[in-house]
Design a binder for this molecule. Sequence first.
Ligand code: SF4
Length: 124
Amino acid sequence: MNCEICPAHCCGRNKNIGAPVLLPQEYAKFQLFSSKTVIDGIEFRRIIRGEDGFCVFLDSNNKCAIYNSRPFECRAYPYIIRADGSFVLSNNCPDNKSAQLPVNVPAIDEVWLKAYDKLPLDKI
Ligand code: SF4
């Protein structure tokens, strides 16, 4: 991946891309930097954005300030996980052709994953 050619689409204001959704096992770690919504009785948390519309962890040089410990959804991008556990490649990434399927995919609760598919892109 050549992220140098991208103005941080995945971390920024692209209206087709929602803020990163955390896995349940990441909620505690990012609690202070996430907002919550509930779908089908299941809690979801997303990384919040700053007043500039970008992820709060994106620094002034368009670099992720927590790159080595960023959430799974950020590590997987431009692959996006679907309700059946498969991955789909996003067209919003300008270098998606060089992307590789995520490795070390954490265990994800099936009920959570089904509801995840109903999560609006940018509503929380
Ligand atoms: S946590 Fe890092 S990689 Fe994820 S959206 Fe924010 S700046 Fe981008």
